[in-house]
Design a protein around this ligand. Structure first.
Ligand code: PMV
Length: 315
């Protein structure tokens, strides 16, 4: 049996503004999707969602990857009926943490190892992106790129720049699931409608968003987490101004700050999904506890700088 694991992601800065050509900053985090493949009878099983029907939408992702791998290596990768696939993902679904990209990336990586072809990480990235394009509405490619390579990623107008930067070792990120599900496409549309109503005001907000990303890079280089936290709050305020915050989102940010976080903000499309807090590891458990007491699901992650990898020793 061949197994690969791939990380999820969060957006540190710039979501939504990126849709209009401004930069954004994402980071891969230590929550993983594991996908295993072995010779079998076409059974696809997810520990979280159960048996995956061959005709279902979820199956489209796996089918696309098999099809694209077959095209790329000019050989039939596998017949779906001849393999069993097992998926175990600890990344919340539909919360903006790149869960489907991580499954696509882990499956692509495991499949290419299974069929025994020579491949690079960019092969994995391109194939996984094809699957993302088939199952999501106009994905930017940021989720699969982060999941493949790990680390920090700066992206703007379809161009990705992997950054050779790290957050200080004592920094952790508290991720809070608001529990509110939303479709990214719909949230993006509502923001673009607001943009059309008040373009002059919105363009100033977007420019501020861009300046925040530039300043954030400076602070990350200087390991200035107090500064970075302040920028996160400013970014959250801008997301509020464009209409994508929510009562729970604001409550979580306030509580994290009250408990001593450097900063906090919505991560991703907003109107629910996840809220993140930048915290020192000495107080992360305390913050986690206070957020959980308010009834939210929350967990702590660290940056993942490795990206997708094979897991050995699973039978
Ligand atoms: O919630 P997510 O991680 O899917 O993020 C959406 C990010 C947006 O900027 C709102 C949309 C996009 O395509 O970049």
């Amino acid at each position: 049996m061949i197994c690969s694991k791939a990380p999820g992601k969060i957006l540190l800065f710039g979501e939504h503004f990126v849709v209009k050509g401004k930069p954004a900053l994402g980071i891969a985090v230590s929550r993983y999707a594991v996908v295993c493949i072995k010779h079998g009878k076409g059974e696809f099983f997810s520990k979280q969602i159960g048996r995956i029907d061959h005709e279902s939408k979820d199956m489209l992702l796996f089918r696309t990857i098999i099809e694209k791998a077959s095209e790329r290596y000019s050989k039939k990768a596998v017949e779906i009926e001849n393999v069993d696939v097992y998926i175990d993902s600890e990344i919340p679904l539909g919360a903006g943490m790149g869960s489907s990209a991580a499954v696509s990336v882990a499956f692509t990586h495991a499949l290419l190892s299974y069929i025994g072809v020579d491949f690079s990480l960019s092969d994995v990235n391109e194939i996984a992106f094809e699957a993302e394009k088939r199952v999501h509405y106009r994905p930017s490619g940021v989720d699969n790129t982060l999941s493949v390579y790990g680390g920090l990623l700066y992206y703007q107008s379809g161009v990705f720049k992997r950054l050779d930067l790290k957050l200080p070792g004592n920094v952790e990120i508290v991720v809070v699931d608001t529990g509110l599900k939303r479709a990214t496409g719909e949230v993006v549309r509502s923001v673009l409608e607001r943009y059309d109503r008040v373009p002059v005001i919105m363009s100033k907000i977007y420019e501020a968003g861009e300046e925040i990303v530039n300043k954030a890079l400076e602070y990350i280089k200087d390991a200035n987490m107090i500064g970075l936290g302040e920028l996160m709050l400013m970014n959250h305020g801008l997301l509020w101004a464009i209409g994508v915050s929510c009562k729970e989102c604001d409550e979580i940010v306030h509580e994290m700050i009250r408990q001593g976080a450097y900063g906090g903000k919505i991560s991703g499309a907003g109107k629910g999904g996840v809220v993140i807090g930048l915290v020192d590891s000495s107080i992360s458990s305390k913050i986690l506890e206070s957020i959980r007491q308010r009834g939210f699901k929350a967990f702590i992650v660290k940056p993942d700088y490795n990206g997708v990898s094979e897991i050995r020793g699973i039978d």
